[in-house]
Design a protein around this ligand. Structure first.
Ligand code: 48F
Length: 260
């Protein structure tokens, strides 16, 4: 047999995976910003923050990043944005067409993969298969997240006493979509009120999601559909401009928090 590949063997491959992962993980046990949820809003925030030199973690419970951005709606993979949302397609180099005046449509896999790639290239630490479990609070502020490997939550009850670990940070962004998982850990303790999202109204929802993107609790910023859940805004239709714009706004707010 002609040897086509280099001689690295199983032990070298194992060492490279474990050492590279743990080295990176250890350097992000303390970070500037942790974004929980790697959908369109979270990834946009990650890209903006990391490109400005802010040490950023994206914590995602799925194996894949992208959230609802892989599909445009109704299981059909065309992503729409209303103007001026096409500027994000321009920035990412996503081909698109103007479907009607001010309404733009692109391949969702193209847009989603380019956004994931942009967040990685900007230098965010991408931590997938990690399920957010709880917040860390200190002196009345959100100061970190408690996380565990996602498969732990699927273990039988008899062996679920697998303790998680915690990561410390200056700011957490809840980008977990409609479920607003991070904000809900505060709501369940009566530390925060969440109104729950209302019926669909795309034009109203898009504007308000961006406008209401904010720090809802010291150290906790909401972005994307989590904003609608918190403020009782109409649910979003299958369009993404406000998810991307809200992510950008969340990044600005988080950067101000980090810089004090
Ligand atoms: O739902 P998702 O795409 O959130 P988004 O950025 O965008 C919403 C749109 O996709 C769409 C819409 C507007 O067009 O209505 O729904 O607000 O992404 C949320 C991400 O959070 C992850 C989840 O897997 C997904 O990738 N997530 C949810 N719970 C957890 C989590 C958790 N406990 N820990 C970590 N990640």
């Amino acid at each position: 047999m002609q040897e086509y590949f280099a001689k690295a063997s199983e032990k070298d491959i194992t060492r490279s995976i474990v050492e590279e992962f743990t080295t990176e993980f250890l350097s992000y046990v303390e970070s500037d910003v942790i974004i929980v949820g790697g959908g369109p809003s979270g990834l946009t925030a990650a890209r903006d923050l990391a490109s400005n030199g802010i040490r950023t973690v994206v914590l995602e419970s799925n194996n894949y990043f992208g959230g609802g951005f892989w599909l445009g709606g109704y299981l059909m993979n065309k992503a729409t944005v209303r103007a001026p949302g096409q500027k994000f397609f321009d920035e990412l180099g996503v081909p698109y067409k103007e479907y009607s005046e001010g309404l733009y449509v692109a391949s969702a896999p193209s847009a989603c993969s380019k956004l994931i790639s942009a967040a990685c290239d900007a230098g965010a630490f991408m931590l997938n298969m990690n399920k957010f479990d709880d917040v860390v609070t200190r002196n009345g502020r959100v100061a970190g997240v408690v996380t565990n490997w996602t498969p732990v939550s699927a273990l039988p009850r008899a062996i679920t006493c697998v303790d998680p670990v915690a990561l410390e940070t200056k700011c957490v962004i809840d980008a977990t979509g409609h479920d607003a998982v991070v904000a809900n850990t505060l709501r369940s303790r009566n530390m925060l009120e969440l109104e729950g999202f209302g019926p669909m109204d795309v034009p109203t929802s898009e504007d308000l999601v961006v406008e209401k993107t904010s720090e809802v609790f010291p150290g906790l910023v909401l972005t994307g559909m989590a904003v609608a859940t918190a403020y009782g805004l109409p649910r979003m239709g299958p369009t993404f401009g406000s998810m991307l714009e809200s992510g950008r706004r969340a990044a600005k707010i988080a950067e101000e928090i980090v810089k004090g």
